[in-house]
Ligand binder design. Structure first.
Ligand SMILES: Cc1ncc(COP(=O)(O)O)c(C=O)c1O
Length: 393
């Protein structure tokens, strides 16, 4: 199968826009992560779980902007909260009560993570958390697991990625997924500041980590004074306390993003009062962290509104719908992974699957990742499965 063989349903408006875009935007857009060959269609609008492209094709959105839109598109309370915040001044060179309130909500939900810093993306949150781990421990080395995505900051990109200095590798140890011996070896041989960990990494297959491994990782890191940085940018939607809470562990730092901003740009780093004190600007050795738009009240208020309606009952309901969707997809013969409202279809030709789903009115992520949003119910899952039955394989 070559790109030329892909029977793409995109119409003249998307093709025309792409031709125009390539004159201004390399590859026709601004996010490598949304590119699907030969090029993705362009979105025009969204409402609830539906999205419409510029050619008028209407799709059930199983992508939800890469899992960020927990309530789907244009969710009333989020639109109202964000509009009111814009009308009161979109951003200030002063802190606002909005960030205090969102930190309060996250603190209550995660319990152990009482203190927070906000940023504009998950990438930034991970970058700042790694810097904090280095500052707290006074060590340089970061251990991370091969094949996992943590955003587009130098230290977390795959080894050899374009533009990343080779010298950086000296302070980053990449170990195979769930290889505890390799982690222990790295910690014994090097001055490790932290282990960066995602308990259900999408790029590595969206398979939940083995509970014994997670517990052992926590114990071994704690024993050596190595910080455990839990990346929950994608997985926070699984449980109010984050995916790690379902494993019964407490990391040292946690990174959040996506759903906690209600669909607006956001990232967050959380931890105990003691670890997060590294950011306290009244300390002479404080870690510098700024950001013109960090904690802007529009993202904060949108996040507060989104989380208000994504409570324990909503989380449970969506996770149960995810279980139904995974079971139905498996019955249809798809290889499927994930947990709760996060689903991953495995296919040797993801771009072909993506277009085949698109033709049936289903929007997936380029690698087969899918997720649910609260406007969906059992009837929506039935309709999704009916459409998947017609997806060409
Ligand atoms: C686990 C994980 N960490 C970090 C990021 C980066 O977040 P952002 O795209 O907001 O920069 C992502 C994005 O998909 C992610 O899935």
């Amino acid at each position: 199968m070559t790109i030329a063989d892909i029977d793409k349903p995109i119409g003249p408006a998307s093709d025309e826009l792409y031709a125009r875009a390539t004159g201004r935007l390399p590859g026709g857009n601004s996010r490598t992560t949304v590119f699907v060959p030969p090029h993705p269609p362009y979105a025009r609008r969204g409402a609830g779980y539906l999205v419409e492209d510029v050619d008028g094709n209407e799709l059930i959105d199983l992508q939800n902007n890469y899992t960020a839109l927990i309530h789907g598109h244009a969710y009333g309370p989020v639109v109202e909260a964000a509009s009111a915040a814009i009308a009161s001044g979109a951003s200030f060179g002063l802190p606002t009560e909005s960030e205090v309130r969102l930190a309060g909500i996250l603190g209550e939900r995660l319990g152990w993570a009482t203190h927070w810093r906000f940023a504009n993306s998950g990438t930034e949150a991970v970058m700042i958390a790694l810097r904090a781990a280095r500052a707290i421990t006074g060590r340089d080395v970061i251990v991370r697991f091969a094949g996992c995505y943590h955003g587009s900051y130098d230290a977390v990109l795959a080894k050899g990625a374009a533009g990343v200095p080779a010298g950086l590798d000296a302070d980053v140890v990449e170990v195979p997924l769930e290889d505890l011996d390799a982690v222990v070896r790295a910690m014994d041989e090097r001055e490790v500041a932290c282990v960066l960990f995602d308990a259900m990494p999408n790029r590595a297959g969206l398979r939940p980590a083995d509970p014994d491994f997670v517990k052992a990782l926590r114990e071994e890191t704690r024993r050596r004074g190595v910080l455990l940085v839990q990346d929950e940018v994608l997985t926070y939607r699984i449980a109010l306390g984050g995916l790690h809470s379902t494993y019964g562990i407490q990391p040292d730092l946690v990174t959040l993003g996506k759903v906690i901003g209600g669909g607006l740009p956001i990232g967050a780093i959380g931890g105990t009062a003691e670890t997060m004190a590294v950011f306290d600007p009244t300390r002479p050795d404080a870690l510098p962290h700024g950001g013109t738009f960090s904690a802007n009240p529009v993202s904060m208020e949108a996040g507060i509104a989104a989380l208000r309606d994504f409570d324990a009952a909503a989380t449970e309901r969506l996770n149960a719908l995810g279980d139904r969707l995974r079971a139905g997809l498996a019955d249809l013969g798809f290889e499927v992974a994930g947990r709760g409202s996060l689903v991953r279809l495995h296919d040797p030709e993801p771009a072909r699957l993506w277009w085949a789903a698109y033709r049936q009115g289903l929007l997936l992520c380029g690698n087969g990742l899918a997720c649910l949003s609260t406007p969906m119910d059992d009837a929506t899952v039935d309709e999704i499965l009916r459409r998947f039955a017609d997806v060409e394989r």
